[in-house]
Design a binder for this molecule. Structure first.
Ligand SMILES: Nc1ncnc2c1ncn2[C@@H]1O[C@H](COP(=O)(O)OP(=O)(O)OP(=O)(O)O)[C@@H](O)[C@H]1O
Length: 259
């Protein structure tokens, strides 16, 4: 930890055990992670290594763990707000786009609800679809609504669990660019879990690589490339290669990186 930095999230020695048929299964072990305010952190790891479990702990959906997990306070001493976007959008099918996004504000919101909801629908480029129901939208549009619903409550920390996993490659790239635009404009701290190493490097200031059984961070790679990033550059490929090496040995490497 660096004393000169402002942290939104500090995790120390966190471990998490589930019980399966009364047998303990340690899913996360000795997790160490500090996330700086405004940072974009990517987390990659094999299926089942505990990525979603970690996000659920950060957002407070599960409070049963050992070690410490601290979300910082804002300057006014209120706790920083954390929102989680799931892989599947989890929109209400019987609500319109506007109603789904308004739901993100909660029932106690005192400000101008209509205005802020409209602004956030426009932010994700769906201003013309306010009266549509989720079934009338494409997968990418639905995920954009899920992002608007999460952002409308002005989270300080946005967690994204494989948010683009179900999208086609082109929509996925567009969504990555859109997400980066939102991140830059709003200075929200973002933590994305993804299986896609290209996506992790394209988005993240750092990429945290998780080990399995039990899950822990085995490497955190700084992505020092300027933005917008060129996915075809040598430096981009070098960082991807560094991460692939954590999963494959030289013979198994899925790509030829001899560029
Ligand atoms: N409620 C639960 N009870 C028991 N075991 C659980 C529970 N939730 C998750 N697990 C187990 O914890 C491990 C980690 O699950 P988790 O969903 O966090 O993995 P993940 O890395 O997000 O996987 P994926 O990338 O496939 O989504 C898995 O072995 C899973 O079976």
């Amino acid at each position: 930890m660096d004393g000169s930095k402002l942290y939104d999230l500090q995790i120390n020695n966190l471990s998490k055990t589930f019980f399966l048929n009364q047998n303990p299964v340690e899913v996360l072990k000795n997790i160490q992670l500090d996330v700086v305010s405004g940072e974009f952190l990517s987390i990659v790891g094999a299926s089942g290594c505990g990525k979603s479990t970690l996000l659920r702990l950060i957002v407070g959906l599960d409070e049963n763990y050992t070690g410490s997990l601290t979300i910082s306070d804002n300057n006014d001493n209120t706790p920083k707000k954390v929102s989680l976007i799931f892989q599947e959008h989890r929109l209400f099918p019987w609500f319109t786009v506007t109603e789904n996004v308004a739901f993100g504000l909660g029932s106690n919101y005192k400000g101008n609800k209509d205005k802020i909801v409209k602004e956030h629908i426009e932010l994700v480029g769906l201003g013309e679809f306010t009266h549509c129901y989720p079934r009338q939208l494409s997968g990418g549009m639905r995920q954009r609504i899920a992002i608007a619903r999460a952002l409308v409550s002005k989270p300080d920390i946005l967690l994204l669990d494989e948010p683009f996993g179900a999208l086609d490659a082109m929509t996925r790239i567009r969504m990555q660019q859109e997400l980066l635009g939102i991140w830059k404009r709003g200075q929200t701290t973002m933590i994305i879990v993804t299986h896609d190493i290209d996506e992790a490097v394209y988005l993240g200031d750092r990429v945290a690589v998780m080990d399995s059984s039990p899950g822990s961070f085995k490497k955190i790679v700084d992505v020092t490339l300027s933005r917008p990033r060129d996915r075809n550059s040598y430096d981009f490929a070098s960082i991807k290669k560094e991460i692939y090496r954590e999963f494959f040995n030289e013979e198994e490497m899925p790509y030829d990186f001899t560029i």
